[in-house]
Structures are given as structure tokens and as C-alpha cells.
Design a protein around this ligand. Structure first.
Ligand code: OOG
Ligand code: NI
Length: 463
């Protein structure tokens, strides 16, 4: 049935991302400014650095690239999200526990839905950071509040049955014909729009005392996309230009510091959304105008995916920065310590196994009568093989917690001393009804496959 009007999962994904972006731009004008400034910065970087600017993704991909964030209340809702994104060729990757991150009290655990295959990522890398409320965590919710919350959540419907049926069909048949695709996209975007339904003020405020995130998720009868993030090639420059335009950004860029060596992982920054008018239902039943501040703007720059070893090194550095000095000097200390932890060239990152690359036989290497060495550092050194960096497609729990926190009013309450409820990646797989994939395993697989091809082409037993 796959004629001209057929939309494959990646086309549905690209169309969904574009429509979500149009909707969000209508609803949150500062987002449009952010997208415009990101595009300007990307054009300038491309002009200045030429092909080098595209080392971590072709400009077409980077310009269209977005991630969104949503938050849901129950495992059943999360499983439905999994079906909607399954139709778009997106799978849950990574487990993030934001309840534990230092200085934040966010009662959620998260994953990110994204394409996992190299070809699919190149077509459209749209991803959605998806958080699930943890009402069973006694550090946030007492037994009574938990029960009221779970009852409230069980009664709401975030995704209409028609949407879910279309999603299941799209996943099973690997796409949808034009008319159904149109309907699916309309319903899917609609499910993430801010609802005009009045907010029950007393209930919302009850949850807000625990956490603004709990209120945002469980205080209303619908969900909404709470930010949509473009990708920029020079985030420091973007930060300056947004500030010049009078947009007040959060104090810091989260993630690794700026330096003159290879960019790794992910750097992000955000600005607070403005109050948005929302109708409020008062305890006496009357509806009055009110305002809530639930959406914000964020932008990110992506670097090379670190290996498990590289990541351990990054996490050690974070722990050291926490332990050794005051928070307000953290950025400077990070910049000073960074060169002791990470080498200044991609070549060294590859040779020391700190980051992931795909490896390719250099086709036009001059023939000098030598035979290729068996080891990767040797192959790289003697010019047999070239290493292309694998871009980091995931998130960072610490940065995510920082992004959550910097966009909240109160810090909420987390009673410490009590044991937190146990949630882990396996638990989350059960909740979503799909395997939550390990991001490291995905990068390792991609790298291994490329090394297999190298070995074959150079007739080596292995590399
Ligand atoms: C998600 C915050 C995390 C990121 O980019 O790290 C996130 C949220 O606010 O729901 O989006
Ligand atoms: Ni984000």
C-alpha cells in the first residue's frame, strides 16, 4: 500500500516535529526568537568554519533538530506515550533519576524517546525527554496525598482512543496513508497543546507545596509540551545574543565548559517562560482569570558521545567540583580542571577509548608497500583508517535537573532520611511496556559495526 501518499515513520516524525514547532511558536513567542537566533548563529558558524562546522551533523539535520519535553503521571499514560512515539520510529533510551540529583527535589524518573538507527537519526533526530511522576516515593508524597493523586490521574485521559488506534496501526504497518497520517498528526499535536480547561486552584496548590513539577503533571487533566529545544553550533555566542536582545537566560550553561578541544556530550541553557493566562476554578466553583508559568525555552549544543570510560571520567570531575568549592566558582573551576581530564584532540579521544567514533578505511591512502597494523591506534596513526565522531544523542541527568530547577519557583519539599521508592531502568521498561535501551550499548554497537567493516576491507582478523 506504500504509494506516493504514504508516510513512513520517519516522515511522520519529521512532520510531527515541524507541526509541534509551529504550534509552540504560536503559543510561546520567545521560542520563535530562540529559533531565529539559533539559525543566525548556525549560519555564521558555517560561514566561519566551513565543513568543520558539520562534523557533528549536516547543517540540514542540525537546523531541523529539536527535542521536546513532556511529563506524565502514570505507567499507563507512559505506555500510551510509547505507542504514539512508536508510530514515529522513536524508542525509549536511557534511564534518568531526577529525584536524586543534588539540590533538586523533582519527583520524576525519565527516559528519552528517540530514533536509534544511524539512518533514521540522519533523516530526523527528533527526541522527547519524557518524565514520569513518582507518587510512590514517600519522600515527596504521604499516603493520603498519594492516594488522592493516583485517583485523580486514573480518571483523566491524555490521549484519545482514535489517536492510539492510529498510532498502533502506523507502528504495525510502518507508516500510514495520507488521510490517516493527517488525522494522526492533528490528534498527536493536539494532545500536547496547553488545554484551555480551568485549573482547580486548591488541588493545584496542594501539589505545588510538594513540587511545582508534581502540580504541573498531576494538577491538571491534560498534558502539554513544556519546552522545545533547537540545536545550535555555538551556544556561548547564542547566550550572548539572546542576552543582548533582553532575554534573561539562566545563570549558566549546563554541562561541559567551553574550551578549545573537542566538544563532548551536551551543553544546554534555558530561559524562564513568562506567566501565561489560565482560567482558575475557585473552591466556590467560580472561574476567575489566573496565570501559570509552566513552559520555558531551552537551547543546546551537542558534542561527541563519550564511552563508559569517558563518562566515568566526566562524572568524577562533577563529583570533585561539588566537593571542592563553592557553587558560584564552579564554572571557572570546571574550565580550569577540564584539560586535565580530557585530551585536546579527537584522535586522542579515540585512541584512549574515551569517546565513540565510527571508523572508515581511508580509500586514497598512498601505497607504500606496508601492511596495515592490527591495532586501532596504529591504523589511525599510519593513516589507514579515519575516525568520524558519533554525536551524543541523549541527555545528562545533572543538566536535566538543573533545567527543571531553574524554571521552578519554589524548590519544593523532599523529606530526606526516608528511603526513596525504588525505580530503575527495568522498572521503567515494565511501565512503558517496551525495553528501555542502554545508550552506551547503542553507541558501542554502532562503533563495533564500523570496526567490523574496517577489518573486512583491510582483511584483518579483527581490529
Ligand atoms: C525536562 C527537563 C530535562 C533536558 O533537556 O535536559 C530536559 C522537563 O523540564 O520536563 O529537557
Ligand atoms: Ni530539554
Amino acid at each position: 500500500p506504500q504509494g506516493a501518499a504514504w508516510l513512513a515513520p520517519w516522515q511522520l516524525r519529521a512532520a510531527f516535529a515541524a507541526r509541534l514547532s509551529a504550534m509552540y511558536g504560536r503559543e510561546v513567542p520567545a521560542y520563535t526568537t530562540l529559533v531565529d537566533v539559533s539559525r543566525e548563529v548556525n549560519e555564521d558558524v558555517l560561514r566561519e568554519r566551513g565543513a568543520d562546522a558539520e562534523r557533528l551533523g549536516a547543517i540540514g539535520r542540525v537546523t531541523a533538530e529539536r527535542h521536546g519535553a513532556i511529563r506524565v503521571g502514570t505507567p499507563a499514560e507512559l505506555a500510551q506515550v510509547g505507542r504514539v512515539f512508536g508510530a514515529l520510529g522513536m524508542r525509549p533510551v536511557g534511564f534518568y533519576d531526577l529525584r536524586e540529583a543534588a539540590a533538586s527535589a523533582v519527583p520524576v524518573v525519565s527516559t528519552a524517546f528517540r530514533p536509534v538507527d544511524g539512518v533514521e537519526l540522519a533523516r530526523n533526530p527528533f527526541r522527547v525527554f519524557t518524565s514520569l511522576l513518582t507518587p510512590a516515593d514517600p519522600r515527596f508524597f504521604d499516603a493520603d496525598l498519594r492516594q488522592r493523586l493516583e485517583r485523580f490521574l486514573a480518571e483523566r485521559e491524555l490521549f484519545p482512543a482514535e489517536l492510539l488506534a492510529l498510532a498502533d496501526r502506523a507502528e504495525a504497518e510502518q507508516g500510514l496513508p495520507g488521510g490517516d497520517a493527517e488525522r494522526f498528526l492533528e490528534l498527536a499535536v493536539g494532545a500536547f497543546e496547553l488545554s484551555p480547561e480551568p485549573v482547580d486552584r486548591a488541588w493545584y496548590e496542594t501539589l505545588e507545596r510538594v513540587s511545582a513539577v508534581a502540580a504541573d503533571i498531576g494538577g491538571v487533566r491534560s498534558t502539554h509540551i513544556n519546552h522545545l529545544t533547537p540545536r545550535v553550533l555555538d551556544i556561548d555566542e547564542l547566550y550572548r545574543r539572546m542576552t543582548e536582545r533582553g532575554v534573561r537566560m539562566i545563570d549558566a550553561i549546563q554541562g561541559p565548559p567551553q574550551w578549545d578541544g573537542p566538544d563532548v556530550l551536551l551543553r544546554q541553557t534555558s530561559f524562564r517562560a513568562l506567566d501565561e493566562p489560565r482560567a482558575m476554578r475557585q473552591p466556590d466553583g467560580s472561574v476567575v482569570p489566573g496565570a501559570l508559568r509552566v513552559r520555558f525555552g531551552e537551547v543546546e549544543a551537542r558534542g561527541i558521545a563519550l564511552s563508559r570510560r569517558g563518562r566515568a571520567r566526566y562524572d568524577e570531575l562533577l563529583a570533585r567540583l561539588d566537593a571542592e568549592g563553592p557553587a558560584d566558582t564552579r564554572a571557572d573551576r570546571a574550565r580550569a580542571l577540564w584539560p586535565d581530564h580530557f585530551p585536546r584532540t579527537e584522535h586522542a579521544l579515540a585512541a584512549r577509548g574515551l569517546a565513540h567514533f565510527t571508523y572508515h578505511v581511508v580509500a586514497d591512502r598512498p601505497r607504500d608497500g606496508r601492511t596495515p597494523p592490527q591495532d586501532l591506534p596504529g591504523l589511525l596513526r599510519e593513516g589507514w583508517v579515519r575516525a568520524d565522531p558519533i554525536v551524543y544523542e541523549d541527555f545528562l541527568p545533572r543538566s536535566a535537573a538543573g533545567i527543571f530547577q531553574s524554571n521552578l519557583d519554589g524548590s519544593g519539599t523532599r523529606k530526606d532520611g526516608e528511603a526513596g521508592a525504588a525505580y530503575d531502568s527495568d522498572w521503567l521498561s515494565g511501565a512503558v511496556g517496551r525495553d528501555v535501551l542502554d545508550p552506551f550499548a547503542l553507541y558501542e554497537g554502532q562503533q563495533e559495526r564500523s570496526l567490523g567493516r574496517v577489518a573486512q576491507e583491510l582483511r584483518l582478523d579483527r581490529v
